[in-house]
Design a protein. Structure first.
Length: 161
C-alpha cells in the first residue's frame, strides 16, 4: 500500500517541492519523513501545496540562471589528470566522478558535485574524454578530461647496473 506525501524539498527521481506523490511505506518511514523531505498529505498540508509550488517556481528561475552561467563557464574547458601506467601504456586504476569533481574544483575553481557528473563507467584509458555534467533545471554542459601518463615527457632510464 502506498502513502500519499507532500514533498517539502525536491527529491531526485521522485518529484519537486509541492508535488503530492505516492511512495512505499518503508521509503516514507525510513527516508523521506526523517530527513524532513516530505509530510503526510492531509487536509492541513494540502493547503501548503500552493505556497510550496510558488516558492519552487521562484527558486527554479534562480537555479536556471545560475546553471546557465555555470554551463557557459564550463563549456569547452579542459582538465588534466596524470596517472600511472604500465610499460604497455595501460592505466593502473581508473578516474571516477569524484576525481573529476576534484579536478574541476582545483583546476577551474568551480564547485561541481560528483553526482552531477554523468559517467556510465569510470574512465580507464588514457587520452581525451568528453564528459557531460548535468546541472540544476535540466541544464547540461560538457568538458574535456585529459588523462595523461605520468612522466610521459621524461626519457626512460636504464634500470640495470
Amino acid at each position: 500500500m502506498a502513502n500519499k506525501l507532500l514533498l517539502i524539498e525536491d527529491v531526485e527521481s521522485l518529484g519537486r517541492s509541492g508535488d503530492i506523490v505516492s511512495v512505499r511505506p518503508g521509503y516514507a518511514r525510513n527516508f523521506l519523513l526523517p530527513q524532513g523531505l516530505a509530510m503526510i498529505a492531509d487536509k492541513n498540508t494540502i493547503r501548503m501545496q500552493g505556497k510550496l509550488q510558488k516558492e519552487r517556481d521562484e527558486r527554479a528561475a534562480v537555479d536556471l540562471k545560475e546553471s546557465q552561467d555555470i554551463a557557459a563557464k564550463l563549456e569547452g574547458q579542459s582538465v588534466t589528470k596524470e596517472v600511472k601506467v604500465d610499460h604497455d601504456g595501460h592505466m593502473y586504476g581508473s578516474v571516477s566522478t569524484q576525481e573529476i569533481s576534484h579536478l574541476i574544483h582545483s583546476q577551474l575553481s568551480m564547485q561541481i558535485e560528483k553526482h552531477s557528473i554523468v559517467l556510465k563507467h569510470a574512465l580507464k584509458t588514457t587520452g581525451e574524454h568528453k564528459v557531460n555534467i548535468k546541472l540544476k533545471e535540466g541544464v547540461t554542459a560538457s568538458i574535456n578530461v585529459v588523462i595523461a601518463p605520468e612522466n610521459a615527457n621524461q626519457p626512460k632510464e636504464a634500470t640495470s647496473k
